[in-house]
Unconditional design. Structure first.
Lengths: 162, 240
């Protein structure tokens, strides 16, 4: 018995995968909740309007799963609580990115730009050069944080084998 | 730890070499601007990668596994049941995990604004369904067999009939989205998505099995499809 191969999510995943509460890891109005927002970008620098971003974080109080499709401008958005630092790692979420043209999903992380000290000590971030680190660290912006995900190109996001 | 996170034992092993398709696969044209070009950075699995979301009745309702229901009448097409188990490589079943499916209708048309294939929509078919696996990792859907359809990848390109499957497993790194194909489809040879999986034995694992035993006489044909996720090391994870 061996692992079933992955296949692309295709262009029509919206028939099933997005659901009304998907982007809301915590309900709107939750104290301390932050919007994580960004664009999904292809190798030509164009937005990807048919992508899907999922987030995962462990929490004792709520199911730490978020799911957002991308819109015509490639934008995704997830409302959640910033995770706390665990076991020497800086606060972060895991992200899985799906799209037509991605034969398997890719895995990355979102770290927080206002955690400079924790980020400097994070074992995963410390193993990367400055340009690579920058692709993972979201910028504080208004009611949350912004991070673009580049599947390809000069600013290609760091993706992980895990 | 609360019941929102499942206790885990053992790291998740990588899939066998050649199981998953390469992301950079130019025959599938949409990969050209979307496949990352740089090597993935290896990182160790932490508790976050070894846990996965737990879904319940907020996401799965009664009847959600029957795609032929919920409309004014029954959909057009060959009624089928698709059943199987979600397992880990090594054979351990994965209970209580979310399985989501979506598919084209019997004419090969998706209920989606982006689908311009001039085949009719079926007012009695939406094409999405979901369920949780039972204690033995089993699932069962009732639906209709989807049609093949043309797409613009290369001249006269046709997708073989397929049902999209999304599975979570019990660890973030077990997450799998795949497509289930039907036996003996004459369109396999020209489909770059199916053939992106280089190992013929691995391709076979995406094809369901016709099962006369499980047909519902006078009513529906049956196909069996087991979904195997990455397996688990026997050694317990060290606390850190």
């Amino acid at each position: 018995m061996s692992t079933t191969p992955a296949q692309t999510v295709g262009p029509f995943y919206a028939i099933e995968l997005p659901y009304a509460e998907g982007p809301y890891v915590v309900p709107e109005g939750t104290a301390g909740a932050v919007w994580l927002r960004g664009r999904l970008i292809d190798g030509a620098g164009d937005p990807i309007p048919d992508g899907l971003v999922e987030s995962w974080q462990i929490d004792d109080e709520f199911r730490g799963f978020g799911r957002s499709g991308t819109d015509e401008d490639g934008r995704w958005a997830i409302l959640t609580l910033k995770p706390s630092a665990v076991a020497g790692a800086a606060p972060h979420l895991d992200l899985a990115v799906f799209a037509r043209g991605l034969l398997n999903h890719v895995v990355t992380r979102l770290y927080f730009g206002d955690e400079a000290e924790a980020n400097a000590a994070d074992p995963v971030l410390s193993g990367l050069d400055e340009a690579q680190r920058a692709t993972l660290v979201a910028t504080p912006a208004g009611d949350g944080y912004e991070l673009d995900i580049h599947l390809q190109g000069p600013d290609e996001t760091v993706f992980f084998a895990v | 730890m609360s019941d929102l996170v499942r206790p885990q034992s053992g790291l998740i092993l990588p899939p066998a070499e050649g199981t998953h398709p390469p992301l950079d696969y130019p025959d599938y044209r949409s990969t050209r601007l979307r496949a990352p070009k740089r090597p993935f950075v290896p990182i160790p699995q932490s508790l976050t990668e070894l846990t996965a979301p737990v879904f319940g009745s907020d996401r799965v309702g009664e009847g959600d596994a029957d795609l032929t229901q919920g409309h004014a009448a029954e959909p057009q097409g060959q009624r089928i049941t698709v059943y199987g188990r979600v397992l880990e490589d090594g054979g351990r079943p994965v209970p209580d995990t979310l399985v989501e499916v979506w598919q084209a209708n019997a004419g090969g048309r998706y209920r989606h604004a982006g689908d311009q294939h001039p085949a009719p929509l079926d007012p009695n078919f939406s094409g999405g369904g979901r369920c949780l696996t039972d204690a033995e990792g089993r699932f069962r859907f009732i639906t209709i067999k989807p049609g093949a359809y043309p797409w613009g990848n290369h001249p006269n390109a046709w997708r073989p009939a397929h049902i999209h499957f999304s599975v979570f497993g019990w660890a973030f790194v077990q997450r799998l989205v795949t497509q289930m194909y039907f036996p003996d489809d004459p369109l396999f040879f020209q489909d770059p998505i199916f053939n992106s999986v280089g190992d013929p034995a691995a391709r076979e694992r995406m094809i369901c099995r016709f099962d006369l035993e499980q047909t519902i006489p006078e009513w529906a044909l049956a196909f069996e499809f087991d979904i195997v996720l990455r397996g688990r090391e026997a050694t317990p994870m060290e606390e850190s």
